[in-house]
Write a protein that binds this ligand. Structure first.
Ligand SMILES: [Zn+2]
Length: 114
């Protein structure tokens, strides 16, 4: 869903005519686009979604264990951020960075042991 830009972000819902505030559900500092939600909130220079995905695809080719673990981490990060956004919107509770990292690590661990 995220790769295909099919997640119901606020900017995407607005493009369909849904009357909803367009501010990010996590930080309320910018409009909630896919690129903002997953990459622009980091405290590092980042690219937009397409360039981040291209970067990851180029560097994570092949089947070494390290590439596989990093792919799991990338996917886990996407899932955790989306869930954090939903939790903030529906319960009002903000997920901390350390919780996001811990949850992404847990996804990697669970997938490694299956
Ligand atoms: Zn934000």
């Amino acid at each position: 869903m995220a790769v295909l830009d099919r997640l119901p972000t606020r900017s995407r819902l607005n493009s369909f005519g849904v009357a909803i505030e367009g501010e990010c559900g996590l930080c309320s500092r910018d409009s909630e686009t896919r690129s903002h939600l997953f990459f622009r909130q980091m405290n590092r220079p980042v690219m937009d979604w397409d360039n981040e995905l291209d970067w990851a695809c180029q560097r994570l080719k092949g089947k070494p264990l390290s590439s596989w673990i990093l792919k799991l981490a990338w996917n886990g990060y996407i899932v955790v951020i989306w869930k954090a956004r939903k939790q903030r919107l529906f319960t009002g509770r903000m997920v901390t960075v350390s919780e996001i990292v811990d949850r992404a690590k847990e996804i990697v661990k669970l997938n490694l042991w299956v």
